[in-house]
Design a protein around this ligand. Structure first.
Ligand SMILES: [Zn+2]
Length: 398
C-alpha cells in the first residue's frame, strides 16, 4: 500500500520546526553565556578579598574541636598540636591564658584550618568551619574566622535566601550580600572582626549549609558588587518591604544615599509577610510591655512622612501609654511583630490583635520581591537596578 503523499510534507515541517527550535535554543544559550555577569567588563572598585567573622554560634570557651571528616584526609591538619590518633582538641581558658590540648598557648591562639575544616561541638550541635580561626583568652570571647570573601558568601547565601528561589533572585542576593560584607570590611578595619554570624550582619552558616547551587551562584557573580560614587555600596536587604522599601537614613540614622532612598515594590505581595496579623493574649502583652493595667482601648499612631515609624497608644482607665513599634518588636519578638510598619491594632476577646506590613527593616533589596520579579523574567541586573537606583555594578579589586 502506498502512503498518502502529504506525510513526507508533514515530516519536513516537523524537521524544519525542530531545526528552528534548536536554533532558537542555541541563540538563547549564546545570549545567556555571553551576558553572564562574570564575563562582562565592569568598572573596578576598591575592596577586600577576605573577611573576619565573629563566630557567635560557636559560644564561649571551652571549645572542643574535631577534625572534619573528608574523603582525602589532609595530612598535618592540627598535627603540631594534636596527634593524629587523637582527633579531638580542647581549648580552654585558665588564669587569662588559653590552654590547648593541655598546653599553655598564651593569650591568643591561631589555627589555620584547610578544607574540609574542623568541627566544633556546641550545645549538642556540630558546626564546621575552615579558614584561619583565632581564639582569645578575653572573657566571653568568641572565635574569629578569617576566610576568603567568596567562601564566606557561599555559606551566607543559603541561610539568607531559600536556595529554591529563581536564579536571578539568588544572583541579586549574592551581589547584595557581597556588597554589604565588603562595605563592612572597609568600615571596620581596626576592630577585631568585620561581621557577626547572625542577622545583625548576615547569617553565616556552617560549611555543611553550603550547597552546590549556592556555590555555583556565588561563582557566577564572583567579585561583583554594587557601587556608588566609586565606592562599594552597603547592599542592605530585608525579607519583605510591604510594598515600598525604606530610606536607609530613616532606619539606621545618618545620611541616605540615592541608591538607598527607597522605591516602590510590586514583587512581594504574594507573601504572607506582605500583610500580616498576629494575636497576642492581653495578659502577655500587659506583662511584656510593662503596662500598669489592662487597656480599655488601643490604636496605632503614625508619624508623618515615614510609614515605618509608628507606635501603639493604649488607653488605661484615664491614663495613656505610648509604646514605640521598635519597643513592641523587642518585647513581643520579631517573629510575631515582623516589621515596624504597623497598620492596625484592636482588642478582641481578651487578645491584642496587631497587623502590619513587611518583614525586616525594609531597606534595600526586598528578598521576596526579588523572587516575584525574577518569576516575571527580570534578570539579576534588572532587580538590582530597581532596588538600588543609580548604583553601578563593579568588580572588587584589592
Ligand atoms: Zn517588596
Amino acid at each position: 500500500m502506498r502512503r498518502p503523499r502529504r506525510l513526507p510534507g508533514r515530516k519536513a515541517w516537523f524537521r524544519a520546526g525542530a531545526i528552528l527550535w534548536l536554533l532558537l535554543l542555541l541563540t538563547q544559550i549564546y545570549r545567556w553565556s555571553s551576558t553572564s555577569l562574570r564575563d562582562r567588563e565592569w568598572p573596578r572598585v576598591n575592596g577586600p578579598t577576605t573577611i573576619r567573622v565573629r563566630l557567635g554560634a560557636a559560644g564561649p570557651a571551652p571549645w572542643t574541636l574535631r577534625r572534619a571528616r573528608s574523603r582525602s584526609e589532609e595530612a598535618g591538619l592540627l598535627g603540631d598540636v594534636l596527634p593524629t590518633e587523637a582527633p579531638l582538641i580542647r581549648i580552654e581558658t585558665r588564669k587569662g591564658h588559653l590552654h590547648v590540648g593541655g598546653r599553655d598557648m598564651g593569650r591568643e591562639f591561631v589555627l589555620d584550618v584547610p578544607e574540609p575544616g574542623v568541627e566544633i561541638d556546641v550545645n549538642g550541635k556540630t558546626l564546621i568551619y575552615h579558614g584561619r580561626l583565632a581564639f582569645s583568652a578575653e572573657p566571653d570571647a568568641r572565635p574569629v574566622l578569617t576566610l576568603p570573601l567568596e567562601d564566606y558568601l557561599a555559606q551566607v547565601l543559603p541561610r539568607e535566601m531559600p536556595i529554591s528561589y529563581p536564579e536571578a533572585a539568588l544572583e541579586a542576593q549574592a551581589i547584595a550580600a557581597r556588597s554589604y560584607a565588603a562595605a563592612q570590611v572597609l568600615r571596620t578595619r581596626r576592630r577585631a572582626f568585620d561581621v557577626v554570624d547572625d542577622e545583625f550582619s548576615q547569617v553565616f552558616g556552617s560549611v555543611d549549609h553550603r550547597t552546590p547551587r549556592a556555590r555555583s551562584i556565588v561563582n557566577a557573580t564572583r567579585g561583583i558588587v554594587l557601587s556608588y560614587g566609586g565606592r562599594v555600596l552597603p547592599g542592605f536587604f530585608s525579607a519583605n518591604c510591604g510594598g515600598h522599601t525604606r530610606p536607609a537614613g530613616d532606619a539606621f540614622g545618618g545620611k541616605t544615599s540615592p541608591p538607598l532612598s527607597g522605591v516602590p515594590c510590586a514583587g512581594c505581595g504574594w507573601s504572607k509577610d506582605f500583610r500580616w496579623s498576629t494575636r497576642v493574649p492581653l495578659s502577655t502583652a500587659v506583662r511584656r510591655l510593662g503596662l500598669s493595667s489592662r487597656p480599655d482601648q488601643v490604636r496605632v499612631h503614625h508619624f508623618e512622612g515615614d510609614p515605618w515609624r509608628s507606635s501603639l497608644v493604649f488607653e488605661l482607665g484615664g491614663s495613656r501609654s505610648s509604646i514605640s513599634a521598635r519597643r513592641l518588636r523587642r518585647a513581643l519578638g520579631r517573629r510575631r511583630i515582623r516589621s515596624l510598619r504597623l497598620k492596625g491594632a484592636s482588642l478582641q476577646h481578651g487578645d491584642l490583635i496587631l497587623s502590619g506590613r513587611g518583614f525586616g527593616h525594609g531597606v534595600g533589596l526586598c528578598q521576596q520581591g526579588a523572587r516575584g520579579y525574577a518569576e516575571r523574567g527580570w534578570s539579576a541586573e534588572d532587580i538590582l537596578s530597581h532596588y538600588y537606583p543609580e548604583a553601578v555594578l563593579a568588580i572588587l579589586a584589592p
